[in-house]
Design a protein around this ligand. Structure first.
Ligand code: GTP
Ligand code: MG
Length: 308
């Protein structure tokens, strides 16, 4: 794996990692028998990292059980045991994406206000371009003043075109235009930036449905991916919101942003546990290159300081 990737992942997870390891590192590195206090400490560390109380308790109980049945006998066996448990949890949410060869591929980026949607759209555009796809952005946030200008600034930075209309326009019409533009210019992908909204705002959720409806009518199987952007610094508070958002908007995966600014990286585990949604990308900074594909093994190894 590229050295810079791992460096960024580590930098991104630095705070989570450090706090977690401060709490349990000593436990992991001890030799000798496991004691109850070690597992209590692990449980506390998981809760502190925002893995969610129920999940933290469950994982710790499983480990206590492993100790009881002698599957774990020494403290140094704890780390690989925890690693397995965490990987299993994250693996359960793995799922492939089907595009069925339809063009253009349409990705909808949704979420509550200020989570990092617009930034993520730009970062994704850069990644897709680097992977050899041509991209057009749809400025479907027609609600917030200056949202189009903000997207345009990002688009210029990553050198991709933007399709937009005036403020207050129908977002579904913008998406329709973007699809038409993609077709006429033979562009592979449409990335749709949407307005921040709360799942409780029925009219805005309806608007999202309309956007999806237009995409579905225009392109087979569209939208091919609906990404929910969650701000990691809001920790477990974001989870419940996300649950309802997911149910209404038909979310396929999560982008977890601002992992560079929080010690709450355990929220990745909480997302897997309670949303049953895969984390697809993680945001680790404000720059265009600060978006990393989520890799469960790298994540768990960084968390447990097991990097190879
Ligand atoms: N540190 C850090 N900041 C981020 C990250 N992603 C986004 N941000 C910052 O979060 C703020 C909000 O980002 P936007 O992309 O405008 O968020 P949004 O969801 O489009 O906001 P609305 O359109 O108002 O709902 C900006 O200051 C971004 O620079 C990240 O991964 N790390
Ligand atoms: Mg925005």
């Amino acid at each position: 794996m590229a050295g810079t990737f791992l460096k960024k992942l580590k930098r991104g997870l630095f705070m989570t990692h450090t706090e977690f390891i401060e709490k349990v590192g000593e436990t992991f590195e001890r030799t000798g028998p496991v004691e109850a206090v070690h597992i209590d400490r692990l449980e506390e560390a998981l809760i502190a990292a925002d893995a969610g109380v129920a999940l933290s308790v469950r994982l710790s109980d499983e480990i206590r059980n492993d100790v009881r049945t002698h599957r774990i006998t020494t403290a140094e066996e704890l780390r690989p045991a925890v690693r397995q448990r965490l990987l299993k949890l994250l693996d359960d949410t793995e799922g492939g994406l089907t595009t069925g060869g339809a063009r253009p591929r349409i990705t909808l980026v949704v979420g509550v206000n200020g989570t990092g949607k617009t930034t993520t759209v730009a970062k994704l555009a850069k990644r897709r371009k680097e992977a050899g796809s041509s991209v057009v952005l749809a400025a479907a946030d027609t609600f917030r003043a200056a949202a189009v200008e903000q997207l345009q600034v990002w688009a210029d930075r990553v050198d991709v075109p933007v399709v937009h209309q005036q403020e207050g326009a129908d977002p579904a019409a913008v998406v329709y235009d973007a699809i038409a533009a993609a077709r006429s210019r033979d562009i592979d992908e449409v990335l749709v930036d949407t307005a921040g909204r709360l799942h409780t705002r029925a009219n805005l959720m309806k608007e999202l449905e309309k956007v999806k409806g237009v995409a579905a009518r225009e392109v087979d199987g569209a939208p091919h991916e609906v990404l929910l952007v969650l701000d990691a610094t809001t920790g477990s508070n974001g989870i419940e919101q996300a649950q309802q958002f997911g149910a209404t908007a038909g979310v396929d995966g999560v982008v977890l942003t601002k992992l560079d600014g929080t010690a709450k990286g355990g929220v990745v585990l909480a997302i897997a546990e309670s949303l049953k949604l895969p984390v697809r990308w993680i945001g680790v900074g404000e720059g265009v290159d600060d978006l990393l594909p989520f890799d469960a093994e790298d994540f768990v190894d960084s968390l447990l300081a097991l990097e190879g």
